[in-house]
Design a protein around this ligand. Structure first.
Ligand SMILES: Cc1ncc(COP(=O)(O)O)c(C=O)c1O
Length: 404
């Protein structure tokens, strides 16, 4: 393992970074270190068998590696049991699963609170479930400072409020919500709390008990793991009580033509052949991050974010969005450049090998509120360097020179 404090040596762990790319699209997906790529190749090359089924050694090896990741995830998020860890294909799948599971308890006119700054993945599944169950969505808006005030949540709660589903960290602004304060208020009223940790989990230690999360979702690919794998954490009693949403192999105990009974947790909510290679890669990614240290990762990104934040704030003709309170945010900045379309900014940056995202970032309601159709977004991870930020700022100047 490389020296965690050396970004240059860290960069060497990531084959794709050797291309010279200034990769500033980490909120979209992170890079994979060689150890993760190797773990996936090793599975397909040396013990490629299905999990939990064969009574032969390769299948046992695959099952062991698969279940070792479940334990690694349990520890990574401070869950009390591996029964609470459900593997999914990613945050989107996890949040849809959470909505379908919790939807079972909803009655007509029950209320689900979501914030107005959610990724579509933590909005659309609730819209679907609300429609099915004739429930209502209630929106927790930001204040003038563009932050969420827990007291606003209190004012929205009624006897009908059953679920609060909120993001840990905004994928558009990098603003981290006061999740613990929000969940404390929700729990006073027996409201179930779902946390979208897609942007939180890659950047800081996440603990479901400390956050007060009854359910929590994250993706492997945003924290150095493979695509197509993610996690839904669910509090054990909740997962035990709720009926499965998907049926099929592996999740049953007994099946007759008429009806079935369910396997014990976590299999009950994990039907079919899972993404075995993905799960094994996720376990390796978690170990990789833990070797560096989540606190060190957070500190490193925050240090770089100071440079990015300063650079964007002082760039002429550039407007950033979201809370002005620097301390409330990290890793991500979304901005517009006067007179230049966000996609043109991204294209000109691409010519300088700077990869950023432009668009609505799957948060159309938030951009509608700001009255902009799209922004350019730069997002950091621990392997980024000051050179990446300089390349971004120079690229923005180039876009201004060429197009204004
Ligand atoms: C806050 C947030 N939630 C949910 C998602 C969806 O994650 P995935 O596409 O991995 O399912 C993202 C992805 O960008 C995100 O940033």
């Amino acid at each position: 393992m490389n020296n965690p404090l050396s970004p240059i040596s860290l960069q060497q762990d990531f084959p794709f970074l050797k291309s010279g790319v200034h990769f500033l699209d980490n909120a979209s997906t992170s890079q994979r270190p060689q150890v993760v790529i190797d773990a996936i190749t090793d599975y397909y090359t040396n013990y490629n068998a299905n999990v939990h089924r064969g009574i032969y050694s390769w299948s046992e090896q695959a099952s062991e590696a698969y279940e070792a990741t479940r334990e690694a995830v349990r520890e990574f998020i401070g869950a009390s049991s591996v029964e609470e860890i459900i593997f999914t294909s990613g945050t989107t799948h996890s949040l849809n699963l959470a909505a379908r599971l919790l939807g079972q308890d909803l009655e007509k006119d029950d209320e689900i609170i979501v914030s107005t700054i959610e990724h579509h993945s933590n909005l659309v599944p609730w819209q679907l479930v609300a429609k099915d169950r004739q429930a209502k969505l209630v929106f927790l808006d930001t204040n003038e400072d563009e932050k969420i005030d827990p007291q606003t949540l209190r004012s929205l709660i009624t006897k009908k409020t059953k679920i609060l589903s909120i993001t840990h960290t905004s994928n558009v602004t990098g603003y981290t919500l006061p999740v613990r304060e929000l969940s404390d208020i929700a729990h006073e009223f027996n409201i179930i709390v779902v946390v979208d940790a897609a942007q939180g989990a890659p950047h800081q230690p996440i603990n479901v008990q400390d956050l007060g999360a009854d359910m929590l979702a994250f993706s492997g690919h945003k924290l150095c793991g493979p695509t197509g794998v993610g996690v839904l954490y669910g509090q054990r009693d909740l997962l035990n009580r709720l009926e499965p949403v998907y049926g099929g192999g592996s999740m049953i105990d007994k099946v007759t033509l008429e009806r079935s009974t369910w396997a014990a947790l976590p299999a009950k909510h994990e039907p079919g052949t899972p993404n075995i290679a993905g799960v094994i890669g996720l376990g390796t990614a978690i170990k990789y991050l833990q070797n560096i240290g989540l606190d060190a990762i957070h500190a490193r990104v925050d240090e770089l974010y100071n440079e990015l934040w300063q650079g964007i704030q002082s760039a002429e003709g550039v407007t950033s969005f979201g809370p002005k309170d620097r301390a409330a945010r990290t890793s991500i900045v979304s901005f517009t450049v006067a007179g230049v379309h966000a996609h043109d900014v991204a294209s000109i940056l691409d010519e300088s090998q700077v990869a950023v995202r432009a668009g609505h970032h799957c948060a159309q309601p938030l951009l509608q509120k700001w009255g902009v159709p799209s922004t350019t977004r730069a997002s950091l991870y621990f392997y980024n360097t000051s050179e990446d930020i300089t390349a971004l700022l120079n690229g923005i100047k180039k876009a201004q020179q060429l197009l204004t």
